[in-house]
Design a protein around this ligand. Structure first.
Ligand SMILES: Nc1ncnc2c1ncn2[C@@H]1O[C@H](COP(=O)(O)OP(=O)(O)OP(=O)(O)O)[C@@H](O)[C@H]1O
Length: 645
């Protein structure tokens, strides 16, 4: 019945693939061709000055002590200004200020770095892990962070530093004290950010794809937090150096170690300011200020490394990233060959849902899915229609066991009938079985799937991630080939593998999501309003593709939308939902010509048909044929499509 074989120009590729590109697919490139170079931020004066300042100070701190001799040597020359033998003069006890400065810089850098690393680690553990884990872990971590937050930092540092005997107050003791009192605020910020990220579509997609929690945190969440963590690190370093200077100034700093703080303390005690000995207190103050300034300037560029949107794409790469469709010359793929398809299996059931009930628990429980029973045939497209809030998404999530509390499946069954003849009771699967099942047998294209791609990870890495998780034995070469193959299948040039999501149009992103859902050759694909955010022309192209894949690859589709007329064109059977119940379940033709339930009729009436019969466009390929033969204006097609909505 379906006759979907439009020419490349009319298959919906045009709006989301740049014109002029051919279906030629180059050999897949290695991830992020240009490799680490793509991570190098664009050179800017800010970065140059920042690196120069921090590099020079770090070098001075590392090499200076080796070249300047012992800073504690006391000479009988009193305070002398810079010049001659002592480039930065001497203190009142004749100590070489340059040697003091070099050793003090090293001491302060050590403290700054140690505090930066410790505070960042602590805030990441308490903020990110707590935020992602949720529940009791989050509550415990939050409570602890809040307690640390309300304890006034500086007085605590003074008490702790005062409590530790002077002889044991080495630089590392001060660093640990500063780190312990300085991480909580950052942890709160990271937690809030993690809570927001954990609900993003690409994190949900990673969960469905079977990624383990540690991997989701490290691959999906942490990269998005890096700019924040980098700036937290920088400020922790600066704050530590300043706090240490303050503590030393109060006489509570590191004993037996030279730091910029102790240097200022001795300058103060030696009345350097009153005696106008600027060379004694000026250089340490200047180094603190310049180091802070340098780190802040570098921080600007860290954003650019992490956020691909801020990166400049080299001109050459811009040219090759013109991308385009690989349509028109498509041959049957390995994936297609490996699937027996519905020709062999007929319309045997692949999924059976029986009397499924889902309730959102709470003060006022919502019975979102009521006694729903559906059967999905192998290779069938089952439409799930109904107005917003009728329970379509809840049903789809419950089928895939993606529902989270307060949602609870109170009764019913969901059985998957595998190609190999075995039956899987999805509601009874254990965690690991579920992880293995999802995506390889049943994949999902999410509502708002365009936003389901991680913005800071390349398309290649996101596709390969699914293969790495589910096919750990697959060689890197095979992974690359499979990723290129599925992209080609959905009409996206494999050269786009090295692109980031923001470099693709909405339609292309949607196709990439579909490619991702196709990666493991699933038997069922649940599509939750996959084309709602797209314009009608791109939407048509993608819908045709779905029909074509179904025919070529033989998987079944549960297509969820509130757009009943669209389902009439696309689906074999349609279930109409209202208030959690399936009120009508029949073939698309029956729903179209003889709707039984008044609600179905109302739904149909709410989509007026301005021109002709709905359903002709996609199912008969009528307009495609017209465009192929050169008749019709094209405008006509669009008017008809738009009118029929
Ligand atoms: N987390 C939640 N807690 C409580 N009730 C919820 C929750 N999520 C959804 N619901 C309720 O469950 C019912 C079904 O919601 P669901 O999102 O499944 O509808 P839908 O048909 O998919 O809507 P849409 O098309 O707008 O996505 C609605 O009444 C909704 O208010």
């Amino acid at each position: 019945m379906t006759n979907i074989n439009p020419p490349a120009e009319t298959a919906g590729a045009a709006p989301d693939t740049p014109a002029g590109t051919t279906g030629v697919s180059p050999a897949p490139r290695r991830p992020g061709s240009g490799g680490w170079r793509s991570l190098v931020p664009r050179w800017s004066p800010k970065l140059g000055i920042g690196l120069g300042l921090v590099g020079a100070i770090a070098l001075f701190g590392i090499l200076g002590p080796l070249l300047t001799g012992d800073p504690d040597t006391i000479r009988n020359i009193s305070m002398t200004p810079p010049g001659g033998e002592f480039w930065l003069g001497t203190t009142q006890t004749g100590q070489d200020v340059l040697a003091l400065l070099a050793h003090s810089t090293r001491g302060s850098l050590q403290i700054g770095l140690l505090v930066g690393v410790l505070a960042t680690l602590l805030s990441a553990v308490f903020g990110v892990i707590g935020g992602y884990a949720g529940g009791a872990v989050d509550e415990g971590f939050s409570l602890f962070s809040n307690v640390m937050l309300v304890i006034p930092g500086l007085p605590l540092v003074i008490v702790i530093a005062g409590f530790v005997p002077a002889e044991q107050r080495g630089w590392w003791t001060i660093a640990v004290v500063l780190a312990i009192t300085g991480w909580a605020a950052s942890a709160r910020v990271l937690r809030a950010q993690t809570l927001s990220l954990r609900n993003r579509d690409y994190v949900a997609a990673a969960k469905v794809a079977g990624e383990k929690p540690w991997r989701i945190v490290s691959v999906e969440i942490l990269p998005n937090l890096l700019p924040l963590m980098a700036s937290q690190f920088v400020f922790a370093v600066i704050l530590a150096i300043l706090s240490e200077a303050g503590l030393s100034f109060l006489g509570l700093g590191a004993s037996g170690s030279d730091t910029l703080g102790t240097m200022l303390y001795y300058a103060q005690n030696g009345f350097a300011l009153q005696r106008e000995a600027w060379w004694w207190f000026g250089p340490p103050g200047l180094i603190i200020a310049l180091f802070g300034c340098g780190l802040s300037l570098i921080n600007f560029s860290i954003d650019e490394i992490i956020n691909p949107k801020l990166r400049t794409v080299p001109a050459a790469s811009r040219r090759t990233r013109g991308g385009g469709s690989a349509r028109g010359r498509r041959t049957r793929t390995a994936a297609a060959r490996s699937v027996t398809g519905r020709e062999d299996s007929g319309r045997d059931a692949v999924l059976t849902v029986e009397n499924l009930n889902v309730v959102y628990r709470g003060e006022k429980p919502t019975h979102a899915v009521k006694d729903v029973s559906l059967t999905l045939g192998r290779g069938e497209i089952l439409g799930l229609a109904g107005e917003s809030g009728c329970g379509k998404t809840t049903l789809a999530y419950a089928i895939n066991r993606l529902h989270r509390p307060p949602a609870e499946v109170t009764s019913g069954s969901v059985v998957f009938h595998d190609r190999d003849g075995s039956d899987l009771d999805l509601l009874a699967l254990g965690k690991e079985e579920l992880r293995a099942f999802r995506w390889s047998k049943l994949s999902m294209v999410f509502q708002g799937a365009m936003n389901a791609l991680n913005p800071v990870v390349s398309i290649r890495a996101q596709l390969e991630d699914v293969l790495t998780t589910h096919r750990p034995g697959m060689s890197a070469q095979a992974r690359r080939e499979r990723c290129a193959e599925v992209l080609r299948l959905v009409g996206v040039d494999p050269r786009r593998l090295d692109s980031f999501p923001h470099e693709l149009s909405g339609g292309m992103r949607q196709r990439v999501m579909i490619a991702m859902a196709l990666l493991l050759d699933p038997q069922v694909m649940i599509m939750d309003e996959p084309t709602t955010a797209l314009d009608v022309v791109v939407q048509r192209g993608i819908l045709r593709e779905i029909l074509r894949f179904r025919d070529e690859l033989g998987f079944a589709v549960v297509f969820i939308t509130h757009d009943l007329p669209l389902l009439l064109e696309l689906s074999d059977r349609i279930a109409v939902m209202r208030d959690g119940e399936v009120v009508e379940y029949a073939t698309a033709d029956e729903i179209h010509h003889d709707p039984k339930h008044p609600y179905t009729r109302r739904l149909l009436d709410s989509f007026p048909s301005l021109t002709g019969e709905r359903g002709a466009f996609i199912r008969t390929g009528e307009s495609s044929a017209r465009e192929r033969t050169g008749t019709g204006t094209g405008t006509e097609t669009i008017v008809k499509e738009a009118g029929s909505r």
